[in-house]
Design a protein around this ligand. Structure first.
Ligand SMILES: O=C(O)CCC(=O)C(=O)O
Ligand SMILES: [Fe+2]
Length: 661
């Protein structure tokens, strides 16, 4: 098996330079979109001369200023004149190199997959556990205070403790000094963190990246930001790339400057600065010729000490944007999650929107992150869409009336993908109470709503803003609450308890609308010639999920505004009916626009088959002229897609991935 082969490459403590594999085993291959070009341009990373830090106040101020600029622009910078002798740097790299050359059994003594171990040798991130493996070998150990930890470090090579210890204690001092300069640049003064940093965690990670026969296929380390206040990195040769957020998130190679050290802003400083400084996202790339060694020294507060945004940096315009967390919290997260796939990162789990979407903060302008590209900006004077209105009363009158209704539904589905229904059998008071319950919920204090805030799209009850707030590149101007709703008795207990009438009023609406959906699904399958009961069991037992929604525009050429008919409900043909009908019916493309005057509330009830049940084109609707045009998929497949893709940019849509060309 491939996996076993991977184990043989690295896992036995035998590094790849000893093994010399001629190709990259499958389990090391990263998806093609994440592969390195190996021709990234050089990053223009500032070089800060620390000599000025110890001169006069004017010199010091200039250095602080340039550190602040670098933290805002790149999240990293080089330092020279840092006060650590070249011979100390060389000896530390030498000690690391010698360690990795030791016989396997010597290194295996330290091998562990337990990320909580203070001394740990390993390969990849969590080798044998994570799905994708990375092309590195590492040794990690705690280092501050040195006397507490050095006895647990490797005894071999014999110079290891002395040489690595000398470097560690120098770099620990430097980190405290730089943390002071960084807090000073934030206006918090140079002593803001010093005590905590002096007594805090220092984790030395020595990384060894053996030559790789196919360096374009894999990575030494996947994209990540460091969980530290700051990280100080010493490298033997180039191979580190940083993501340039001001250049569209493109990868740039960190130049190798002999004798310089690279300083990374870690997640803790992003949190402390309340997002003013961003931790730098970086990855390690490989080459086919040389072993590369790097020594990263991670500095943070104590293991259990939480880092929170500085109160001084929180105000009405900058509400607290991160939860507090400790290094231990991070380790727990790391041990429970596979971060190598780039789908989940600890910092994202800390981001809070304080229930404070921009709209709720009553800003006078739209923050940049909400701006959509000009080509997608709405005109706000779209003509009204001619959305057919179907009178469902006919449905229950006689077979002739029924078949007339079915015919008009068919027409609406073929031409519009959307229609409104009247006489749908749901009382106006039920509708009004449901809208009122939703309005009441959104008016609750932030902390009440935050209890159910989540970016995990798989959660059956979820409050949020935009689509995936803090994750997607572009944010959208909405707040939402999503709930699973069918069967009601299974889910209602998990719904918000506040406002007190929420469950009752929303529950009354959702059970009515669920019945209506089953009726309509029957009418639609009948209109496709599949009979009224084709889906009814599955829809009856299927998913229902509801959220606060949107004005609907039909995209045939220009956008059109869907007229609001009092008491009517809007029915959308969704992707699943497009698939079932083998493309005869098209799911309606729509978007919500906003206005400057009034809050708008909508409740969308989405109905589909069971979470894992696949929808595919009805065989009855396939023939030589109409070959099967879609792959099958379930609601769960969609959620998985949603959680890993940023669909808000309009570049990617789930339905497209199902189309068979
Ligand atoms: O090897 C490098 O240059 C980067 C190492 C790194 O990012 C890490 O250890 O967190
Ligand atoms: Fe890193």
């Amino acid at each position: 098996m491939e996996i076993d082969m991977c184990f043989q490459c690295f896992n036995t403590g035998q590094s790849a330079q000893e093994k010399g594999p001629t190709h990259v085993p499958k389990c090391y291959e990263v998806p093609s979109s994440e592969r390195p070009s190996l021709s990234s341009p050089e990053a223009q990373i500032p070089v800060v001369d620390l000599a000025g830090l110890r001169m006069g106040p004017t010199h010091r101020l200039a250095v602080i200023e340039s550190i602040g600029q670098a933290c805002k622009r790149f999240g990293c910078y080089h330092v020279v004149n840092h006060g650590i002798d070249q011979s100390i740097l060389d000896k530390a790299l030498g000690a690391a190199d010698e360690f990795f050359h030791l016989p396997a059994d010597e290194k295996l003594k330290f091998m562990s997959k337990d990320v909580h171990k203070p001394v740990r040798y390993g390969t990849s991130l969590k080798d044998g556990v994570d799905k994708i493996q990375f092309w590195r070998v590492f040794l990690k150990h705690y280092a501050n205070p040195l006397n507490d930890w050095v006895q647990s470090w490797p005894e071999n090579p014999p110079a290891y403790r002395g040489d690595m210890g000398a470097y560690s204690s120098k770099v620990q001092k430097l980190a405290v000094e730089l943390a002071g300069a960084t807090t000073e640049s934030l206006g918090l003064g140079s002593k803001y963190l010093s005590e905590k940093m002096e007594e805090g965690m220092q984790v030395i990670t020595t990384n060894c990246y053996p030559p790789c026969p196919q360096p374009r296929l894999t990575l030494g380390l996947p994209p990540h930001s460091d969980y530290s206040c700051l990280t100080i990195l010493l490298q033997s040769s180039p191979g580190l790339e940083v993501m340039d957020m001001q250049d569209g998130g493109s990868w740039k190679l960190v130049p190798y400057i002999s004798g310089a050290l690279l300083v990374h802003i870690g997640d803790h400083f992003e949190v402390l600065s309340n997002g003013l400084y961003k931790s730098v996202v970086h990855r390690a790339v490989l080459n086919s010729q040389n072993t590369r060694i790097s020594i990263a020294s991670f500095h943070s507060k104590g293991l259990l000490e939480k880092m929170e945004p500085a109160l001084e940096l929180v105000d009405a315009n900058h509400p607290k944007a991160y939860k507090g967390s400790s290094f231990k919290d991070f380790l727990d997260f790391l041990s429970a999650n596979d971060v190598g796939q780039g789908k989940i990162c600890f910092l994202d789990t800390l981001k809070i929107n304080t229930g404070q979407s921009a709209q709720e903060r009553k800003l006078s302008h739209v923050p940049e992150c909400y701006e959509v590209p000009p080509s997608q900006q709405p005109t706000l004077n779209s003509p009204q869409a001619q959305v057919p209105v179907v009178d469902l009363a006919g449905f229950r009158i006689s077979p002739i009336h029924r078949s007339a209704v079915i015919q008009s539904i068919r027409k609406a589905c073929v031409h519009f993908g959307i229609f409104q229904v009247v006489n749908h059998g749901i009382d106006q008071t039920v509708l009004n109470k449901a809208l009122g319950a939703v309005d009441g919920f959104f008016r609750l204090p932030a902390n009440e709503k935050l209890k159910i805030m989540s970016n995990d799209v798989h959660k059956p009850v979820r409050y949020g803003t935009s689509l995936k707030d803090g994750v997607d590149k572009i944010q959208f101007w909405r707040v939402f609450l999503k709930l699973y709703a069918n069967p009601l008795e299974n889910w209602v207990q998990s719904w918000p308890e506040n406002p007190p009438t929420y469950r009752e009023n929303m529950g009354a609406y959702t059970s009515k609308v669920q019945k209506l959906a089953v009726d309509l699904a029957g009418a639609i399958t009948e209109s496709l010639g599949l009979g009224p009961t084709y889906l009814s069991d599955k829809i009856g037992e299927g998913m229902q999920d509801s959220l606060g929604l949107e004005i609907v525009d039909k995209q045939d050429g220009p956008w059109k505004l869907v007229p609001n008919i009092n008491g009517a409900l809007v029915v959308h043909i969704g992707d699943h009916f497009e698939v079932l009908s083998n493309g005869l019916y098209k799911s309606v493309v729509h978007r919500a626009i906003v206005n400057s005057q009034k809050t708008r509330i909508s409740i969308a009830s989405l109905h589909s088959l069971g979470l894992d049940e696949k929808m595919e084109p009805a065989p009855e609707l396939e023939d030589a002229d109409h070959p099967k045009a879609y792959k099958e998929s379930s609601f769960k497949d969609f959620l998985d897609f949603l959680s890993v893709n940023d669909i808000g940019q309009g570049k990617i849509c789930f339905l497209d991935t199902l189309k068979i060309v």
